[in-house]
Structures are given as C-alpha cells and as structure tokens.
Design a protein around this ligand. Sequence first.
Ligand code: 3PG
Length: 383
Amino acid sequence: VIKMADLALAGKRVLIREDLNVPISEGRVTSDARIRAALPTIELALKAGAKVLLMSHLGRPTEGQYESQYSLAPVAEHLGDLLNREVPLISDWREGVELADGELALLENVRFNQGEKADDEALAQAYASLCDVFVMDAFGTAHRAQASTHGVAKFAEVACAGPLLAGELDALEKVMANPARPLVAIVGGSKVSTKLTVLETLSEVADQLIVGGGIANTFLAASGKPVGKSLCEHDLIPVAQTLMAKTTIPVPSDVVTSKAWGGAAELKNASDVQADDSIFDIGPQASAEIAEILSKAKTILWNGPVGVFEFDQFGAGTQALSEAIANSAGFSVAGGGDTLAAIDKYNIADKVSYISTGGGAFLEYVEGKVLPAVAMLEQRAKG
Ligand code: 3PG
C-alpha cells in the first residue's frame, strides 16, 4: 500500500479516517487510548503543512440521524486539549470545508450520514471530494466496508495508509506471518463460540495455545473435569477436543470458584469443583504454569482475560498473566477491548511490545480474514 509518510502533503487537503470510537460518560472521554494512538498521524500531517480534516464514527447511532449522545463533541474537545489548540467540529461539511495550511477540523460522527454503513457510493464520493489525499488510519474500523473506510478509499484521488494503520499491520504480521518461535497465544474471554475461528486459526499457527476465562471451562469439561455451574458451552466440547488434538492446550490445574457472581472466592483443585460452584479465575498453580510457558516464548499474542478481573477476588490470574507478559523478553502483541482494560488495571502498557487499537478488527485479522479497507488500499496501490 502507499504510505502517508512517503507523500508530500504541504498545501494538500488531507482527509484522515481515524477510529475515535472511545468510551464517553457524561460528556467526557473516559479512556483516550485511541485518541492518543492517532496523535502522531495528526501531528505529522499538520507539521507537513496539510489542511487536515479528520473523520470517525462513534458508537452505533440510528443511521442517517443526529443523536446528541453520539456526537463527537467530547472527542473534539479532548483532542483539542491534547494538541493544545481548538478543534472545530463540522456538521455541514457537504457545503465544502475551507481550511488553511496547517489547520485542523473534525467531521461530526460519520454514522449520522445516511449510507455510511451500507458503503453508499454517492456518500463515499462526497467524502472523496473533500480531499486531495485520503489517509486510512483507523485500524479499529478496517474490518468494516463502510463509506468512510472502504468507499472513500476507492474514490479519493490518492488513498494511502496512515502511520497507525501501517504500524498495526506490521506488528500483527510479525506475529501471524513469520513469528520468532515458540509463539504462544493466549485467548481468554467468556465464550468459545465468539472466538471459535480465532481458536482454530491459532491452533494451526501457535506452538502453544493457552485458554482462559469462560473459554477454559469448556476445555476443562472437554478433558473430563467437573465445571459445576460455570459458564460452559457443552455443545462445543467436541470442538474443544479436536483443537486439543491439534496443538498443546493446557487446562488450569487449579481454579478460583464462588457460589455466586461477585461472591466470596474459594481456591480449588480443578478436579474438586462442586455442582454448585462457578469458576471465575485460574488458581496460582495454573498461573505459575502459564508464566513458565511464557518465559520461554519468543512471540506472544494476547487476547482476553483469564478471569472475571473486574472483581478483585477473581483478578489474580489476569494480574499474574499480565506480569508474565510484561516480564517476557519476547515480542508481545495484545488486542481486544477487555484486554486493554486489564493492561490498564495492572499497569503494564509500557511493557507490552505492541498494543493494538483494534477490537473486532484485531480478531478478524488474527482469524486470517481480509480487512476490506486495507484490501481497497492494496487495490489502489496497484493502480
Ligand atoms: C470497535 O470499537 O471495535 C470499532 O470502533 C468498530 O465499531 P463497530 O463495531 O460499531 O463497527
């Protein structure tokens, strides 16, 4: 693909698609990781003397309608604070947008525009007419074929990848295409069903696959262990058995259980789980076994917590996992919403080699799916 860093941008109208879909509560941004990740791209374009227009979606509003709770106004304000300059928010962009060189503005939520999600060609052309160069930088939305990601890339005079998108793709390629081995992948989270393709792909690629959270319960059941009342997808037990035959997938030797959601914690050997117990975390012995495996890894891919870490009594497993990844000398990549929350909680952000801004996009990349917005950039680069 063509890279933004290789283009001369002075005096050009540059439209940058970022993923500024951040959590907002009471009109304030509560986690600005995605905004901060976009800063180097924005600063680079401004410094080059471009007229910089940003766009993003926020949440999932009713399409074609303005809904104030989905306005990007809090994002414009937060971005303005970070850049120490005013960031105007533009709703009536169809009239045309006039910016001076080195000036910056943000378009209102693209999902207020009818046709955005359907990748409407007229809308994509309208976006394209706002710029000389379109920069796709929203890795987190690259799995969506929508007018502001895929459509505009088709019609813009020049379409290129921004530094954030390019960096994400490089880091993920380093893990999935040609990893230093052993590659250890950790997949946590609640359900096997939502991560089945991820598990299947990683069982082919990784040297060791570690499962945690509700996902591990199905694997415990698949290896004949009792899981009591734990979240467990019994219909997927045969699938778990097939995966275990393909690659090494250790199941936790000890677990932390409770009789109730958020209740008192009890440490048990995995064979001693009772009918009225629910498993909410892995135990210290299982954590130590995982840490041992990770200490030998040359590459680590991490998605999903191994316990219900929002409760401190069920957070020790995810904390130990975070620390083991932080202590690893290997190349580590982490991604997915809950994973980032765990990284924040256990304060290891600067010890992970690469933290992806993608949730769904990260998983789809790992599944080996084509990201439509990236595919369009590749097509455009071929001419
Ligand atoms: C995300 O948060 O995963 C991206 O911003 C995509 O959002 P979407 O799932 O609403 O398309």
